[in-house]
Structures are given as C-alpha cells and as structure tokens.
Design a protein around this ligand. Structure first.
Ligand SMILES: *[C@@H]1O[C@H](CO)[C@@H](O)[C@H](O)[C@H]1NC(C)=O
Length: 437
C-alpha cells in the first residue's frame, strides 16, 4: 500500500516537471526568436547559403575594389569573406535551430488551441438537459518511430485504424484455431495475432492469419514463452501500448472467444474504453444501488452503495488517447510491482476508483457493451440456452470466461450458432465443479 501511495505523488511531480520544462522551452524559444527577428529581420525569413553574399560582405567588397586594386588587398578581402562566410554558416545553424524551436512552440500552441476548441468556445452552459460533458478524448498523434515494423504490418492489416489483437503462445493453440476460424468465417479482415513463440507464428502463417512476432531482444518478451496466464496479462498491457502509440484503436481479445458477427459494426467509439461485462443482467452489467443494512444504526441503518460487475479485461475496445495509454501504463506498472495481483481486478480498480487523498484517479471515459451481444459464458449457459426467445438472438461474440472447459464449450458454441445444431449446448453443466488449486 505504501508503494501505491507514493507512486501517484511521484508521478505527479514528474508530470509537473515535464510541463514546466516544456513551458520554459517554449518561452525561451519564442523570446530568442523575437530577439533574432529584431536583430536580423531578413535572415529570419529568407534562407540563403553561406556563399550567397550578405549585405555586410557586399559593401566591404565594393569599397575595397574601388579604393585599391593590389593583389595583396584582394587576398585580405578574400580572407575576410571566408571568415564572414564561416560566421554566416554558424548563424545559419543557430537560425535553423531557432526556427525549429519556433515551429515546435507553434505546434504546441495549435494543439492546445484545438483542445480548447474541442471543449467549446462558448463556456456558458446551455439550457436544462442539453448540456453534455466531453467523453470522446482526442486521439494521440501517431508516432511511427515507436515500432516501424509493427507500423508497417498495421498499415496493411488494420481497417479504419482499427484492429482485433490477440496475444498467444503455444499453450492456447487449439483455442486460437477456433478463434481465427470463427473470425475468418464472419469475414473480419482486420485481426492480428501477437505470437509469443515461433510455433504460433508458423501456425498463423500456414493458416493465412496476420501475425506479428516481437523481436527476441525485447526484454519483456521472455515472460511470454514460459509464462502462465497472469504473466502474459502483464505483458499484454505493455505490448498494447505500442499499438495505441502508433495511432490505432485496438479491440483486445482473449483467444477463448468465438466470433459470430463483426464487432466493429457494434461499437460506439465515444469512450476511451468500451468493454464487455462479467455481469449477466441489466443490474450487474450496468450498475445498481446495492443497499447495505446495518440495523444497529437505527434510523440510518441503510447505506447505499454502487455496484457493477467487473469489466472483462479479456475483451475490450480501447481508443488511442492519453487516458487510454495512461490506463495501460498504470495497470502494467502495478502488475509488475505486485506479481500476485490479478490483471482484471487491477484494470477495473484503475478504471473506476475516484481520486481521493493521496491518489489521483484515472479520468478515462468508459462504456459497457451490451451483455447479450458481447456475451459471457454465464449468460449463455445459465440463461440464454434455456430461454426460447433469447436462443434466437445472435450474439456478436461469446467469451468462454466463466468455464474452465473452454475448448469443448467453444466448439459447442460454433455448432449451435454456426452449424445450427440446436442441442449442442445441452450437455454442459451451468457451472463448473469447484476445484481448489
Ligand atoms: C434491461 O434494459 C433494457 C434497456 O436498457 C430494457 O429494454 C429491458 O427491458 C431491461 N430488462 C429487464 C429485465 O429489466
């Protein structure tokens, strides 16, 4: 806990520092730019090579040639010109640097202005019930230098800067095969497997599945080959960061998911994070007032609490915005500090806990996906398969997150929804037998 309390404070200080430094650099840039504009008004706006004569040199040359024609004098003049050219070259370098500073300062100002404009020029609130806060944050400016190889792959595979991404090693091969077969069947072109080992890479290649294998010298990747689920989860958030930095929205997907429709047709794209829920009805998926009763308090025995079932960190859509990247960083950083923590719990805490003394909450906007369309296996096996009306509904995806016998249930889901086998879901129990590890 002490760790946790220190973290945000330190992060704040360094954030302030960076902001201070940027502001200072901008101010220095502008002041120097103004000084130069005043002292050398022509140089600031015209580019010239050191060998183009500047006004100063020209005058000297003319004066010299009219007063004395001796070769000695010409030699001196040549030296003078050479030295002036040199100075000029130096000045040019300085000038180039200052121009760059000025351009950066202007870019910074533009960005700030755009943000202010996005917030609305008119700061007066509108009439009752017409006012809306900002939930759609601006996307970050893409930075290809982060990973040029991945940038090239994404350029080819992504559609409208969006892509489904699953991270897989050989342990999940059979589920991955059901995963990409269902995706291909629906006809979703923009999906990518991040392969954590050579075997998965070759499986994908031989099946025509877009695949990206990270460079072996990437330090964080050694976890991927041997790691259990939780270690891979920590890695996931670090890998995803690069996708966002490159300017892509990512639909993060576990491999225990069957695709039945194209999820990109069902997103709202208005929030930083759009996630499927572990909830199984309106209340648990979308939030409710959970009343806590303490009779000893008498008149005030009922305390109202807000509850929502966890967001499923195995299937969510994340837009490339600053709050999104901050979320990934916060989760990855907490997972690395506490290897025993569960990534989904951390993901939810970072998303939902408000700021409080000693803690700065994340200000990310979020949306819960429709729990019938983005269906978890509790909804399917507890409710849908027993309800004639709900059985007719075709989900977008089904995530076998509530059951350990994932592969047979995935195959049954394909049989039921794709192959029309009406009784395919019947053999399975609602829940699984509790086994203590
Ligand atoms: C759940 O919410 C939806 C819309 O938000 C509504 O149409 C539906 O009737 C609700 N279901 C129940 C059981 O309350």
């Amino acid at each position: 806990m002490a760790d946790h309390r220190d973290g945000p404070l330190m992060r704040d200080k360094s954030k302030e520092n960076v902001q201070c430094q940027i502001t200072l650099a901008i101010v220095i840039g502008i002041v120097l730019g103004c000084v130069f504009a005043f002292l050398y008004p022509y140089e600031l706006f015209t580019y010239y090579s050191p060998f183009q004569d500047q006004p100063f040199g020209k005058t000297n040359l003319k004066a010299g040639s009219s007063s004395c024609e001796s070769s000695e004098r010409i030699g001196v003049l040549k030296l003078e010109i050479a030295s002036l050219s040199e100075k000029n070259a130096e000045l040019n370098i300085k000038l180039k640097f200052l121009r760059k500073q000025l351009r950066l300062a202007e870019q910074g100002r533009d960005y700030a202005q755009k943000q202010v404009m996005a917030l609305g020029e008119n700061h007066k609130a509108g009439p009752f019930n017409t006012v809306k806060g900002l939930r759609t944050n601006p996307t970050v400016f893409p930075d290809e230098s982060v990973n040029p190889r991945l940038a090239k792959i994404l350029e080819e595979v992504a559609v409208h800067k969006e892509i489904i991404v699953a991270i897989a090693n050989s342990k999940v091969q059979s589920m991955l095969e059901v995963w990409f077969t269902s995706i291909k069947k629906v006809g979703i072109p923009n999906h990518l497997v991040v392969a954590l080992d050579d075997h998965i890479e070759s499986i994908c290649k031989s099946n025509g599945v877009p695949v990206y294998k990270r460079d072996p010298d990437e330090g964080i990747d050694s976890i991927g080959k041997t790691g259990d689920n939780h270690a891979v989860s920590g890695l996931k958030f670090r890998i995803l960061r690069e996708f966002l930095q490159l300017g892509y929205s990512v639909l993060v997907s576990d491999v225990d998911i069957v695709y039945l429709q194209n999820p990109f047709d069902y997103l709202y794209r208005d929030s930083d994070v759009e996630s499927m829920s572990d909830g199984y009805n309106n209340k648990t998926a979308y939030g409710f007032d959970d009343v806590f009763d303490e009779p000893a308090m008498g008149w005030a025995r009922y305390a109202h609490t807000m509850r929502i079932w966890a967001y499923n960190s195995g299937f969510f859509y994340i837009r490339p915005t600053l709050p999104s990247i901050e979320l990934l960083d916060r989760v990855a950083s907490r997972l690395s500090k506490d290897p025993d923590s569960w990534d989904q719990a951390v993901f939810n805490e970072e998303l939902f806990y408000p700021s409080h003394p000693g803690y700065d909450g994340l200000h990310a906007s979020k949306r819960t996906l429709d729990f019938y369309l983005f269906m978890n296996s509790k909804v399917l096996f507890k409710m849908v398969r027993k309800d004639a009306r709900l059985k007719k509904l075709k989900p977008v995806i089904v995530h076998v997150n509530y059951h350990p016998d994932k592969l047979p249930r995935m195959n049954a889901i394909v049989d039921f929804y794709v192959n029309g086998k009406q009784d395919a879901l019947e053999p399975f129990p609602v829940g699984s037998v509790w086994q203590k590890k």
